[in-house]
Design a protein around this ligand. Structure first.
Ligand code: PGA
Length: 247
């Protein structure tokens, strides 16, 4: 594992963005896997700044987002389509048709999952997959449990996930109960996985995921066996690793 610890969130955002910029300068038609949530906002801000400075172009990049809520209209401020347009796509030079997010409003959700999976396969492998980490060890909406799915599927959100995400909604009842998410197989096919985790509240889970047993009860623990996992933590999230190193 390639573990990188940054003194503060801004340094972390800048380093993660620079990793993406570096990839795109080497491979301008790269395929990126993208995440939403609180963690990537600063990374996207840094990427927008890099595009504005002329350091990088997204003109030939293709993107696939990890997931989307079921049942929120695309213009709902908490839909992940809205989030991506708002934080990244609208501010960079990527043609909209090269950005992919599952359609959480499809009439037939199973068919939508199959369509998304086919799109992923047609694109070849994801060059870099950006991941955040849930407090319960989820990646995308692959929640802890007895089974994990390989392909894009409809997931029922774990109560802890709905609670964590309630901060973005007017009331906890508004948090959708289901989402479409890429499966572990789709995520694992990525050439490089960039796991970014911030904040002391994630110190325990990130340590457990990366050093504990590999189990479906902590989906991120599977990342331990990915051949090219790059981990970026701020000092808050890295607290348990720093204790181990100091001890
Ligand atoms: P967060 O979510 O970045 O909003 O903490 C991460 C996740 O749940 O995967």
């Amino acid at each position: 594992m390639n573990l990188n610890i940054f003194a503060n969130p801004d340094a972390l955002h800048e380093a993660a963005a620079q990793r993406i910029v570096h990839l795109l300068r080497q491979k301008p038609d790269a395929v990126l896997g993208l995440a939403t949530g609180g963690t990537p906002v600063g990374i996207y801000r840094a990427l927008v700044a890099a595009v504005r400075r002329g350091e990088v172009t997204f003109a030939r990049v293709t993107t696939f987002n990890l997931d989307e809520y079921v049942g929120l209209p695309p213009d709902h401020p908490e839909s992940y389509r809205f989030y991506m347009d708002h934080h990244l796509f609208r501010h960079i030079d990527i043609p909209p048709e090269q950005t992919h997010i599952p359609d959480g409003n499809a009439a037939d959700l199973e068919r939508e999952c199959e369509r998304y999976e086919r799109l992923l396969q047609d694109a070849g492998r994801i060059d870099l997959m950006l991941l955040g980490l849930g407090h319960n060890g989820h990646i995308g909406f692959n929640e802890p449990g007895q089974v994990l799915h390989s392909k894009t599927h409809v997931a029922v959100l774990h109560p802890q996930t709905r609670k964590a995400n309630a901060r973005f909604f007017r009331s906890p009842d508004e948090v959708p109960t289901r989402a479409i998410t890429m499966g572990l197989g789709s995520i694992f096919k990525a050439e490089t996985i960039l796991l970014v985790v911030k904040g002391a509240d994630k110190a325990d889970i990130v340590h457990r995921a990366l050093t504990g047993p590999i189990t479906t009860e902590c989906p991120a623990s599977l990342l331990q066996i990915h051949p090219r996992l790059v981990v970026m933590l701020d000092e808050g999230a890295a607290a348990r690793f720093m204790q181990t190193m100091a001890g």
